[in-house]
Design a protein around this ligand. Structure first.
Ligand code: GTP
Length: 848
């Protein structure tokens, strides 16, 4: 025999689940929640205790009980051999299994009536009248059908049930002046008691009800009501007493009643695994899996389901759930108190952390080497620095930590992972070459991260060096040298002769001093993983840059999913160390896995904590894989503005010529309105490259290309990072799109779908003077009906159709990756070897 659940017994006894749970607790019966089941002995114990209590109560209560029992008996007699009454099944052990379809229908109404009553009760003093009207209407509705008697019975029982419930509620609010008796009296009592209950609900449960109402608002509510009504009508039309209603509906109904009466809202954090969802709802995994199959979703118990599916399932089960997204809850840092603000007086000055950036070949590595050579070997014991991702030098008794991987890409890649470890950026500009495209990129990357820039004008030993020209070009990028009236420190250096290197270090220390870089060294350490690898002999090795506190050689640590106790710790010179303070790099051994560069690492109090956090991170990782990154796109821009998520739209603008880029930026900046401010994170001449995409990703920006296209790597990266890249041929269209997106009016009907890319390997002239491009397909495919965009250095020089596509001598419909073919373009003959052709089609999309 199945055991009864707490909520069912509570309902039967006429107390709230909460009250019963308290009672169970007092009786030392251990249960988890209102869905827990009770053994026979436990049930008896609780019933006995309530019986005793009831006996002690006023005679009215006894009368009620007796009355109820009699009715129950009578009713059971009436329904014998025909239908089984649902409510009275509560006294049986399997309330959900033995159930009558007709009763189910009335229950539907009952539940709905209650919903209506509860809702209206809050606002309407005439609830009872309305209620009775409804009851009467119920009768009228069904009066002509041949099941009249039974319905009356059901209605009576329904009233009795309500009466009983209301009485219970009343009882709990100490209203003893309640009458009870025959059917008429029932109605009277119901009228009064419901009014009372409505009031009580208004006062006490209004919030809860409001919430659940809100929760199931809009379509959910609408859908439910619609379904309920529809089901009711349909079932009524088609009812066949010889058939029992499907059990699931009964369950659904019963569950619904429980929910409506008790307002139980189950908290679910989606996405989650099927088995976890089943556990949260206290239903079997197989029930969930079956329901999923019903929804056309094949999922095992270990697969995750998203919030939409959870809602559908809960709806189907008649259980009210509240879905929260991961991240809304306490973060791991919060729950384990991993990070906290240090009191001002505990803060001590710490060395600056520096990244070197600049255009290719301008001397980034040479400057880093020059610094190491002149400031490491001579001053530090131990000798040559190891490549560990970061190293420390000492200048005038003060330490400076340099990140070993130069370049803004590495810097932004780190930022992308949430690590902002750089305090000062050194922008290397070769004095003989001046400001180049990557110099401008580096400036944008540093600015976007709000990191101060010191310019190192390198290669001053060269004859062709022209420092003033560099300063002039930099001023065009709004970096004005101090001696030119600006506030950017510019140091002429030579990595070759080491001239100016000391000055550079001095300036770094000066900027650091102005930045008042401080940290508390006396706390458990927090750092960032700079580099990590798996060493065949030593296991996972990680370079940590300590940011707060002091990392000790035998600390328990956790970083992402990796945890463990530090077995050994070395500094950047390969020397064993016992501790590393703020801004110091250290290589550690002892982690269980190879952590991710850019992830934080925490020292924790013990192994158990480290492991627990790592496990939690594993869970989050799994969930995050299911959640899409919430990147901005022109499509979702308006929603984000509306939700208050976006106040500023960051753009990266690339174009084919300087003049048009500048004009475009000016026009874009004018779009700013009260809701959204447009800001240009970076602008430049040339194709859209990976650096643009990483910057866009790190700063949640949209990339706009005018007459330029992303290269293949940038396309791949944009896809992976979900960066919205828009390319245009007409400035007016860009302005229109951004304006429309900011107003929520962007509704594209056609979108471009790139099919493939090919490269021109050879050109031939036909007798009619048309040029045939001998092409090799690099990616995707080229179809005969696609439009071709001719790219030279990622700049668009022509866009048009194909007039002929051949493979050897045959006309073909398409050329796949890895194939060669000949192509003549419609109206374009200026084809050159090394040109790229991008094939695309315009695809119609549904308006949103
Ligand atoms: N004359 C002279 N040559 C230099 C100086 N600094 C660097 N070079 C030379 O410039 C070239 C590029 O130097 P790198 O340090 O490799 O430049 P980089 O910016 O690190 O280059 P990538 O890593 O390729 O971006 C090398 O041949 C260096 O020898 C300098 O101060 N004077």
């Amino acid at each position: 025999m199945a055991n009864i659940r707490v909520h069912a017994l509570a309902k039967e006894i006429g107390v709230s689940s909460k009250e019963l749970l308290e009672k169970l607790n007092n009786l030392n019966i251990e249960v988890k929640n209102h869905f827990s089941t009770l053994t026979d002995a436990e049930e008896k114990k609780i019933r006995d205790s309530y019986n005793k209590k009831n006996q002690k109560n006023s005679p009215t209560n006894n009368k009620v009980k007796e009355n109820k029992t009699n009715k129950k008996q009578n009713f059971n007699k009436k329904t014998e051999g025909n239908t089984i009454e649902a409510k009275d099944q509560k006294s049986s052990r399997e309330p959900k299994k033995r159930f009558d379809p007709n009763k189910n229908r009335f229950n539907n109404r009952d539940t709905k009536d209650r919903k209506d009553n509860i809702d209206s009760g809050r606002n309407n003093k005439n609830t009872s009248q309305k209620n009775f009207k409804k009851d009467r209407n119920n009768k009228a509705d069904y009066s002509e059908n041949k099941f009249n008697n039974k319905r009356n019975d059901n209605n009576k029982d329904q009233n009795r049930e309500k009466n009983h419930n209301f009485k219970t509620k009343e009882r709990s609010f100490k209203d003893s002046n309640r009458e009870n008796g025959d059917y008429k009296q029932d109605r009277k009592v119901k009228s009064r008691s419901f009014n009372k209950m409505s009031e009580v609900l208004t006062e006490k449960d209004a919030k809860k009800q409001e919430y659940s109402k809100k929760k199931s608002s809009k379509n959910k509510n609408y859908k439910n009501n619609k379904v309920d009504r529809f089901e009711l009508q349909e079932e009524y039309k088609q009812r066949d007493l010889s058939k029992k209603a499907p059990k699931k509906k009964v369950k659904k109904q019963l569950k619904k009643e429980v929910e409506v009466e008790e307002n139980v809202v189950i908290q679910v954090q989606a996405p989650l695994m099927v088995k976890d969802f089943a556990k949260a709802l206290d239903v079997s995994v197989s029930t969930i899996i079956t329901k999923l199959i019903g929804l056309g979703i094949m999922a095992s118990q270990n697969e995750s389901i998203d919030s939409d599916v959870c809602e559908l399932l809960a709806d189907d089960l008649g259980i009210e759930i509240e879905i929260s997204a991961p991240g809304v809850e306490e973060s791991i840092e919060e729950s384990f108190e991993l990070d906290f603000e240090d009191p001002e007086k505990s803060l001590k000055a710490r060395p600056p952390v520096v990244t070197v950036m600049g255009h290719v070949d301008h001397g980034k590595t040479s400057i880093l080497d020059a610094i190491k050579e002149s400031h490491v070997t001579s001053t530090e014991a131990g000798g040559i620095t190891q490549h560990i991702g970061a190293h420390t030098v000492t200048s005038k008794g003060k330490k400076i930590t340099f990140l070993d991987t130069p370049g803004h890409e590495a810097f932004t890649a780190m930022r992308l992972r949430g690590a902002q470890i750089t305090d000062v950026a050194i922008l290397v500009v070769a004095a003989d070459d001046g400001v180049m495209p990557q110099t401008i990129e580096a400036i944008s990357h540093a600015r976007s991260a709000h990191v101060p820039i010191i310019v190192a004008i390198n290669k001053i030993d060269k004859e062709s060096a022209n420092i003033d020209r560099v300063k002039q070009e930099l001023s065009e990028q709004n970096l004005i040298a101090e001696d030119w009236g600006g506030d950017t420190i510019m140091v002429p250096v030579s990595a070759r002769t080491k001239e100016g290197i000391d000055d550079l270090l001095e300036m770094i220390l000066l900027v650091a001093e102005m930045g008042e870089l401080k940290a508390n060294p006396n706390r458990m350490a927090i750092g960032t993983i700079i580099e990590a690898k798996l060493d065949k002999g030593k296991g996972p090795m990680a370079t940590v840059l300590v940011q707060k506190g002091t990392l000790k050689a035998n600390d328990f640590v956790v970083s992402g999913i990796a945890s463990g106790r530090i077995r050994a710790m070395n500094d950047d010179k390969g020397k064993r160390i016992k501790k590393a303070g703020p801004s110091m790099p250290a290589v550690i051994l002892g982690l269980s896995d190879v952590p991710n560069a850019g992830d934080l690492i925490y020292a924790v109090k013990d192994d158990k904590t480290a492991k627990t956090i790592a496990d939690k991170n594993k869970e989050i990782l799994r969930e995050n894989k299911l959640n899409n990154a919430n990147k901005v796109s022109l499509e979702n821009l308006f929603d984000k503005i509306k939700e208050g998520e976006m106040k500023e739209l960051d753009l990266i603008v690339k174009g084919d010529v300087k003049g048009s880029v500048e004009a475009l930026c000016q026009s874009l900046l004018k779009i700013s309105n009260d809701e959204v401010k447009i800001s240009i994170v970076h602008s430049g001449v040339g194709g859209i490259n990976e650096s643009d995409i990483t910057l866009a990703s790190a700063s949640n920006a949209i990339v706009i290309g005018f007459n330029v296209r992303p290269n293949i790597n940038a396309i791949e990266l944009a896809k992976a990072e979900e960066v919205d890249v828009r390319t245009y041929r007409v400035i007016y269209d860009i302005i229109n799109d951004i304006e429309a997106a900011a107003k929520g009016m962007l509704e594209p009907e056609f979108v471009e779908e790139v099919q493939g890319r090919c490269q021109v390997r050879q050109t031939f002239k036909l007798p009619n003077n048309n040029i045939v491009a001998g092409v090799y397909v690099l990616s995707g495919k080229i179809t005969r009906n696609s439009t071709i965009r001719v790219l030279r250095d990622d700049k668009v020089i022509f866009e048009g159709g194909i007039s002929s596509l051949k493979r050897f001598k045959d006309d073909v419909k398409e050329l796949q990756t890895g194939f060669e073919g000949g192509m003549v373009l419609d109206g374009f003959n200026d084809i050159k070897e090394e040109d790229s052709f991008e094939a695309f089609i315009m695809k119609e999309v549904e308006r949103k």
